[in-house]
Design a protein around this ligand. Structure first.
Ligand code: ADP
Length: 477
């Protein structure tokens, strides 16, 4: 990325410099040419006025000779042509012109001169470039001067050598300055890219070191860099969430194995004792087997609950959606526990809503949720108590309230009852396992089912005598 940024930066700068130098060179060349032409015109004017001062009607050629002889220039030469385009006189050739003597007699130039004479005769004055030896090297100004009724042509020639040299120097300056500027700029660009990306490198290195064993570590948040600071912050939040869910998973695993150990230990202990004693009577054997069977069932339920929660966490629980009446479904649950409650000396009552409540959801799960709560109520309420199940329509939601006259839930435990494996009193929970494993998974499963259906489940804390759970489910539109 650093190299890419530097290359882009240098590329764009090179492009800008190129455009800049081409434009500059173009204007420089134009200004130089203009200057040469202006100064040629000045030379011509002063020569012609000198000539006019010298000339009399009879001796124009002489006047031309005189004026030409007096003409001195560092890099210019004037050649006077008469009406027949014969050279009358040429001023002394200056060293700087860089041409041979009588260069203007060269046959290579004749067609160029003829064209120049023609356009000067037509318009009085004409600028032109003359090429000798294949390259343009002379700038000329031809002026038609009327002499004794005839048109003489005065040609002022100026070497282009100085001009070429100036432009050549400008080109050279660009050839040298541009690469140097680019090298400096790319070094600077690389340095800047490196400096601004340095925090990313540090963040990357730190992130690479973070694994399952040290999820509590965080990525350094670069100061004075809002964008990267935000990125690091988001990364850290992600890490915090991962850390949390990882810790949760670990706790879940630890709790689950801990819970599974008890029934397995009981089964092994009971069967070992039974096997080690020979000649036990059938009643004793039956008793042992009943214990093993009980624990086996508990184990099965616990594994089922764990499996349900694991699938729920993975979002893989296979939902079976159907339309049914909520009140009817809850009533069925109440009916199914009635005999059990009677056995325990409890009274279970069901209070239906004013009107049937049509509902769409997974009926088996809804019943499992209600049963978990009803079984809890029965499990924790002592004999002669009451368990009341109410279904009611409350504005845009349906509520199922399960209340009992049991001991209720202590204030310090209220916040935790929906946590996995949480039990207020382990012995009591295990004691009479009516349903569920007694491992503290009944309420978490109920909560998951309620949330899965877009609802909530809360413990009614205003209830002072016994426990009351309120399930709220959205009414179908
Ligand atoms: P468990 O399998 O232990 O019943 P739950 O998740 O269903 O697990 O319940 C968690 C704990 O909440 C129980 O151990 C119990 O202490 C308490 N609890 C739940 N329902 C009631 C209730 N109706 N009355 C008193 N305590 C309850």
């Amino acid at each position: 990325m650093r190299i890419q940024l530097t290359l882009w930066y240098t590329g764009i700068l090179a492009f800008v410099l190129l455009i800049f130098s081409i434009t500059t060179y173009y204007y420089l060349a134009r200004a130089t040419r203009q200057r040469t032409d202006d100064s040629l015109a000045e030379t011509a004017n002063s020569f012609i006025s000198n000539f006019n001062a010298e000339s009399t009607d009879e001796a124009q050629d002489n006047a031309a000779n005189e004026t030409a002889r007096g003409f001195r220039s560092r890099d210019r030469q004037v050649i006077v042509y008469d009406a027949r385009r014969q050279v009358v006189v040429a001023s002394e050739k200056p060293e700087n012109l860089g041409l041979e003597n009588n260069w203007f007699a060269s046959s290579e130039l004749q067609p160029q001169l003829t064209a120049l004479f023609a356009s000067a005769s037509r318009s009085g004055r004409a600028y032109g470039n003359l090429s000798l030896g294949g390259k343009t090297n002379i700038r000329v100004l031809a002026v038609a001067v009327p002499v004794g009724g005839q048109n003489y042509i005065f040609v002022f020639a100026n070497s282009l050598r100085d001009q070429e040299q100036a432009l050549e120097q400008a080109r050279e300056a660009f050839y040298i300055a541009i690469p140097i500027a680019l090298v400096i700029a790319s070094l600077g660009g690389y340095f800047l890219a490196r400096k601004s990306l340095a925090p990313v490198v540090v963040m990357g290195e730190r992130a690479a070191q973070i694994g399952a064993s040290n999820l509590d570590q965080r990525i350094p948040v670069p100061e004075n860099n809002q964008e990267l600071g935000r990125l690091a912050g988001i990364f850290n939040q992600l890490l915090a969430r991962l850390d949390q869910s990882f810790a949760q998973q670990k706790r879940f695993m630890a709790d689950a194995s801990h819970e599974l150990r008890t029934p397995v230990a009981v089964i092994c202990g009971e069967s070992e004792v039974t096997l080690s004693q020979e000649g036990r009577d059938p009643a004793e054997l039956r008793e042992s087997l009943a214990i093993v069977n009980d624990e086996g069932r508990r184990l099965t339920r616990m594994v089922e609950d764990l499996f349900t929660l694991a699938r729920a966490d993975a979002g893989e629980y296979p939902l079976v959606l159907a339309d049914f009446y909520l009140d009817e479904s809850v009533n069925e649950c109440v009916r199914s526990v009635r005999s059990l409650a009677t056995q325990k000396g409890l009274e279970v009552s069901y209070q239906p809503p004013a009107k049937e409540i049509p509902f769409r959801g997974d009926e088996a799960l809804i019943q499992r949720m209600v049963l978990n709560l009803v079984y809890n109520a029965i499990k924790y309420t002592p004999a002669h108590g009451r368990v009341q199940v109410t279904v009611r329509q409350n504005q845009d939601k349906s509520e199922i309230v399960i209340s009992d006259t049991g001991p209720g839930i202590p204030a310090d435990a209220q916040a935790h009852v929906f946590e996995r494996f949480y039990r207020v009193d382990k012995a009591r929970s295990r004691d009479e396992s009516l349903n569920g494993s007694g491992a503290g998974l009944g309420l978490p499963i109920a909560k998951w089912v309620a949330e899965l259906h877009g609802g909530t489940i809360v413990l009614d804390k205003t209830n002072r005598e016994g426990a009351a759970f309120v399930i709220s489910l959205p009414s179908p539109k």
